[in-house]
Design a protein around this ligand. Structure first.
Ligand code: NAD
Length: 328
């Protein structure tokens, strides 16, 4: 069985080699996304897998894959909005994704951001860079004495809840879906209670038409002025200019964002001295704001799981054994 993996990053190569050593499969890799221009590379393979930000290309890509005798498209990522599912169906291509590769990866980044914010590390570093070692205004709270508010306690939000509960914090969450297995970990409340009473608010909803820009000035005005805001979900969940204003007007104490609206212009790139957008420049200049370039998922465990789960699914589908991760 021959599988081609598109758009492989250097850091994925070793995990792919390890997988191949343990399984009866021949895996080739390239470093280009699947598209109209690159679909021809799939000729002669039994299956394909990709991870990429942009669309897989026009309907011709799906027709070509079908004409090569390929039966599936494996994604080694969660989001499948990049796939034209109608075109896939028309061309008998089964699409799989990796719905959960490591909820702990994102939740541990949330913990790191929280500790950075709570202990005022950005303010300390900024002061120390010009020789100021004063204690002025940097007394901090302690996590066990805080209320952590989670918006969206699904796979990642639940993992966040468990981490903070283990640290002794009070954990509350707003989520239309109530999970009985979290009853010992958190208390479900409405959105307003999360906004008004939390010391840390952390976003873990999907991006939908309902959650698009759900966090705006109205929300920030309800927050305690001593509270911190974290977004490691999707950038457009937050109206960035309202976050900037809330920070400038000291309506909140600080923020950490792993995801940013319009991040495809920056994430994974070394832009050197190129000019960044106005809001991002403002956020980066604030010592009480931490920006990470969408690295919540980026751990060794998660990368290995994305590769293994996508390859297992591809092999199962090629062997007519089905998969739990079919999205089409
Ligand atoms: P999930 O589907 O398991 O959980 C999402 C939860 O949000 C669900 O319980 C859902 O009921 C709830 N929800 C939906 N709308 C809501 C609303 N308006 N208010 C409150 N709750 C609402 O998803 P997940 O796997 O936990 O992922 C959560 C988010 O994290 C997604 O946006 C995903 O894209 C993002 N993510 C980020 C990274 C990263 O690297 N930063 C990595 C993976 C996933």
């Amino acid at each position: 069985m021959k599988i081609l993996m598109y758009n492989v990053r250097q850091d994925e190569e070793q995990d792919i080699k390890n997988y191949q050593a343990k399984h009866d499969v021949e895996i080739s890799t390239n470093n280009v996304p699947l598209s109209d221009k690159t679909v021809a590379l799939a000729a002669g393979y039994d299956g394909i897998i990709t991870q990429q930000h942009g669309s897989l290309g026009s309907e011709k890509v799906y027709e070509k894959l079908h004409s090569f005798g390929i039966k599936q498209i494996g994604l080694r990522i969660t989001g499948y909005e990049i796939v034209d599912l109608d075109a896939a169906r028309k061309n008998d291509l089964v699409v799989t994704n990796v719905p959960a590769y490591s909820p702990r990866s994102v939740s541990e980044l949330v913990l790191a951001h929280t500790m950075w914010l709570v202990r005022h590390m950005g303010i300390l570093t900024a002061r120390e860079s010009h020789g100021n070692f004063s204690w002025n205004g940097i007394e901090s709270g302690e996590i066990h004495d805080m209320t952590i508010g989670i918006i969206g306690a699904g796979k990642i939000g639940s993992a966040v809840a468990r981490i903070f509960r283990a640290l002794g914090a009070t954990v509350i969450a707003a989520d239309p879906v109530k999970r009985p297995e979290l009853n010992d970990t958190l208390t479900y409340v409405d959105h307003e209670t999360v906004f008004k009473t939390s010391d840390i608010i952390t976003m873990h909803t999907p991006l939908t038409s309902e959650t698009h820009h759900m966090i705006d000035e109205t929300f920030f005005r309800q927050m305690k002025s001593s509270a911190f805001f974290i977004n490691a979900s999707r950038g457009p969940v937050v109206k960035t200019e309202d976050l900037v204003s809330a920070l400038e007007n000291r309506e909140i104490a600080g923020a950490a964002i792993d995801t940013y609206e319009g991040e495809s212009a920056t994430v994974g790139k070394n832009l050197d001295s190129k000019v960044l957008d106005k809001n991002l420049q403002k956020l980066l200049a604030m010592p009480n704001v931490n920006v990470s370039p969408h690295v919540g998922f980026y751990t060794d465990v998660a990368v290995k799981n994305m590769i293994e789960i996508a390859l297992n699914d591809t092999i199962d589908i090629l062997n007519d054994a089905g998969s739990l991760h079919i999205v089409s």
